[in-house]
Structures are given as structure tokens and as C-alpha cells.
Design a protein. Structure first.
Length: 89
């Protein structure tokens, strides 16, 4: 899983039938210190995350392992909303 911040939402009225009803969020990857990287992706939101929240997301075949995304054409899914982080650095 990777840390990210939800920075927006994608609205698509025409999409694959398997994606109907799913929320698509724009996520920007984060460093451990909370600074943003220059990498963005669109992820299916399986936990109800909102803009501005720090999240964990999974990519690749792992993205199709949640109840919401099982066997759907997705490559990234938000799997958790981060409440707090502690690091040793």
C-alpha cells in the first residue's frame, strides 16, 4: 500500500458498466513526512474518503481484491483513511 492525499474527484457519466456507482478520486502520492510527490492517479474509493484526507491505496492486481472492486477493471483503490501516523524518523 502507498500513502496519498485525495485532491479531487473525477466525474464520468460514460464509463464501463462495472464502474457505475463507484466514486473515482484523484490521489497524489505522499512522502512519509507528508510532503506531496509529483505522482497522481485515479483510484476507486472503497471507504468513503473525501478531498483533503490522507489515505492508503493499493495498485495493480491488489486493487481488485476488495469487496467493492472484485473482478472490476480498476488499477487503484483507496483502502483506508489514515487517522494518525508515527514514524521513527
Amino acid at each position: 500500500m502507498t500513502l496519498g492525499k485525495v485532491i479531487g474527484t473525477v466525474w464520468a457519466t460514460r464509463k464501463d458498466e462495472q464502474l457505475v456507482g463507484l466514486t473515482l478520486q484523484i490521489v497524489r502520492e505522499l512522502n512519509l513526512d507528508g510532503t506531496m510527490k509529483d505522482r497522481y492517479l485515479v483510484a476507486v474509493d472503497s471507504v468513503g474518503a473525501g478531498v483533503g484526507e490522507t489515505v492508503l491505496f493499493a495498485q495493480g492486481s491488489s486493487a481488485r481484491q476488495t469487496e467493492v472492486t472484485k473482478n472490476k477493471p480498476v488499477d487503484a483503490v483507496i483502502t483506508a483513511i489514515v487517522d494518525k501516523m508515527d514514524t521513527a524518523e
